[in-house]
Write a protein that binds this ligand. Sequence first.
Ligand code: SF4
Ligand code: SF4
Ligand code: SF4
Length: 264
Amino acid sequence: MMKSKTIQMTKPKVGFYGITGCAGCLLSVIFNEDELLDLIELIDLKAFPFVKEVNPDDSFDFIFIEGLVADNDDLAVLKKLRANSKYLVALGACANTGCVPAYRNYSLKENYEHLLFKKQESIQDVKPTPVDEHVHVDHYIPGCPPDKKQILTFIKAIVAGRTPKKYDSPVCMECRQNGNACLLDAGKPCLGPITAGGCNSVCINGGFECWGCRGPTKDMNLELMIRILRQKGFDDKFIQDRMRTFIGLKLPMLERVMNAHNNP
Ligand code: SF4
Ligand code: SF4
Ligand code: SF4
């Protein structure tokens, strides 16, 4: 009895919460069918509104946040959870980069406000932004949705007191290791060269180009990527839209680089 009580006390207190998102990242945690029960054994799961009825929002070792800040309620929840947690983990592309919901930044307000904000006036529209624009983020788990094995590996690392490793090489590395024919050569607008891998090039393996959901690599060559896409016949509007879909807010230099390259 004494022994199990000691182990219990060393388990990290963990919470999973969602702000504005589609819940796909949280489902990636739950759908770890083979290992979910093992995982629950490793942590003290204090809160997971998807699966638990009672969900305290105070005093966590690790808080995992899915989603981006899209209204004032999101911001209030995020700030409270940050204040009550030792480490905050941005879970998935919305939390990491803003992802597809942040594309609203590039759209005219009259194109979307009637869909929600005019119907629900209690919702205060704010600029849709990833969580690190508002609070300090300790760890990032990228992807839309993140790979479920990656989430498990991350949790096992923190339970063991290790700093989880980041995968910084571009998607192209895994893609070539997987023996895929390059989709750029086939005329598809693949963003693999500027996108951080770690997904085992899952889209390309299935014949679809990379849209950049895991965020840009640290040392990406954006100019070269734009030049290649132009050479393949894609116009600037297409290139800009494609790059903004998942990572627009992480490419504040995009317009400048495109214009500079237009007027060398
Ligand atoms: S990152 Fe993708 S899966 Fe996760 S909440 Fe956003 S849209 Fe959904
Ligand atoms: S298909 Fe995409 S990810 Fe694969 S090598 Fe070509 S550019 Fe890179
Ligand atoms: S191939 Fe690209 S779009 Fe697909 S999961 Fe990997 S990073 Fe995301």
